[in-house]
Design a protein around this ligand. Structure first.
Ligand code: MV4
Length: 448
């Protein structure tokens, strides 16, 4: 692999370019007209403008991106996260142009993109899955009978959804059919697919995900779990590795489940198995993500493995070269997603010019970002513009180090999530590791 086109923007584009540099791979950045000044454009060997500011015309423009790759002689495309990373059609187009897609096969993306089929495949592989319908639900009669069997509350999810998009909670039987109609209409509008499936709703679970790595020869290892319960409107705010709720024996079980699931579908690439963990320590498969994730650095810090380099090696056809006994965790890492918004009871986006920026450093600190002092954050994209990651020999040291780094981090000119991150870190329940997916909303509702 000699030349990689990075089909993404912002911090993840920069992250991929850095990995390529270390592997002596040339890089081609793509950018929209609103992103000319981003560091990912400056750090790449070449850069191609693929369209105007709106993502639909630039970062989602399959034709322009494939053309840029062909014209510039890229032998691979790394899609990052979001955008084209989980579009089977894009992976297929890469194949058709003899360009390596840094990810799994189009068939695997398609299978895991249908959340209902993915659950069935994982149940078949012997994983515990969230109790619910076996596959999509077609009729009202079926819906009513399955919901009655599960017991309320239930949750309706879009088969083509994922990541919290297209979900409807139903607390009582009277609301079921009305909610299912809304869910179908929303799914049709958002994904062009109105298939829905039903699950038992877990009221305050933890959201745990397991990192897997799989080569094309059938070797699969897991790199433990990440704690992802701290979310707001299904956007994660802070993640950690390991989870304070997962003990060694549970980790072995979670890891074995994730590895078995990946093996059962002949998976290749890095991947993430999402689980819900209930108060009794029982876990249930929810969905699988077939991309590198935003929060991958916490796993990298604890396991000492560069996941983006591994993706590139795997895509180039190299074998993993190590087994489960060859990976080991050391210490604890946490990530704060720094966004351009004021977070409170009423949150508001805050794009604009960063008039002052001091980034933290020192032992155990990592800052992944495409911004610099004087840079203007455009209003068109996701509000996350940086990730601050802190590692420590144990959770307490990682938390203290994160607080120290947040103190050092100075950002002026825009509002950011930093005050809210500090508040989370100061919370007694968070410090004790006692929290669930409800925590962030509770913290916000306690605010004056
Ligand atoms: C659930 C759930 C409880 N029960 N499904 C959210 C993200 C997407 N991957 C699925 N998600 C959830 N699915 C069942 N059957 C809880 C979540 C969930 C969540 C829900 C509300 C508020 C915050 C949440 C954070 C993580 C997961």
């Amino acid at each position: 692999m000699q030349r990689v086109l990075v089909a993404n923007r912002g911090e993840i584009a920069l992250r991929i370019i850095r990995a390529c540099r270390e592997l002596n791979i040339e890089t081609i950045a793509i950018y929209s007209e609103a992103d000319r000044d981003s560091l990912h454009v400056k750090y790449a060997d070449r850069a191609v403008c693929v369209g105007p500011a709106p993502s639909a015309q630039s970062y989602l423009n399959l034709q322009n991106i494939i053309s840029a790759a062909v014209v510039h002689g890229a032998d691979a495309i790394h899609p990052g996260y979001g955008y084209l990373s989980e579009q089977p059609l894009f992976a297929e187009m890469c194949e058709a142009h003899k360009i390596v897609f840094v990810g799994p096969s189009p068939e695997q993306i398609e299978l895991m993109g249908d959340k209902s089929r993915a659950k069935a495949a994982m149940a078949e592989a012997g994983l515990p899955v969230i109790p619910g319908s076996d596959g999509p639900v077609d009729s009202d009669a079926e819906l009513i009978s399955i919901a009655d069997d599960l017991g309320y509350p239930v949750i309706i999810k879009a088969a083509a959804g994922g990541g919290g998009r297209g979900m409807r909670l139903v607390w009582k039987p009277e609301d079921l059919l009305q909610q299912s109609k809304i869910a179908r209409a929303e799914a049709q509008a958002a994904f062009g697919n109105d298939q829905i499936y039903l699950e038992k709703y877990f009221v305050n679970p933890r959201h745990i995900e397991v990192q897997v790595l799989a080569d094309q020869y059938g070797s699969v290892v897991h790199l433990g779990e990440r704690e992802c319960s701290l979310q707001r409107r299904h956007q994660k705010l802070l993640e950690e590795c390991p989870s304070p709720a997962v003990h060694d024996e549970l980790r072995v079980q979670l890891g074995a489940a994730a590895v078995n699931g990946a093996k059962a579908v002949g998976y290749r690439n890095v991947g993430t198995m999402e689980f819900l963990l209930d108060a009794d320590g029982k876990f249930y498969f929810m969905e699988m993500n077939t991309r590198i994730q935003v929060e991958h650095p916490v796993t990298e810090m604890v396991y000492g493995i560069d996941l983006v380099k591994e993706q590139l090696r795997i895509a180039a056809g190299e074998p993993l070269g190590y087994d489960q006994a060859g990976v080991a965790a050391y210490g604890h890492a946490i990530e704060c997603r720094i966004t351009a918004e004021a977070i409170g009871k009423t949150s508001r986006p805050s794009p604009g010019t960063i008039t002052r920026l001091y980034v933290p450093g020192g032992y155990g600190i990592r800052w992944d970002s495409h911004v610099y002092q004087g840079y203007t954050i455009p209003p068109y994209y996701d509000s996350m513009f940086g990730k601050l990651i802190a590692w420590g020999t144990d959770r307490e040291e990682a938390l203290r180090r994160m607080e120290r780094a947040l103190d050092e981090l100075v950002i002026e000119g825009i509002e950011t999530s930093i005050p809210f991150h500090r508040q989370i870190l100061q919370d007694r329940r968070f410090r004790q590791g006692e929290f669930s997916t409800r925590f962030v909303d509770e913290l916000l509702s306690e605010q004056i």
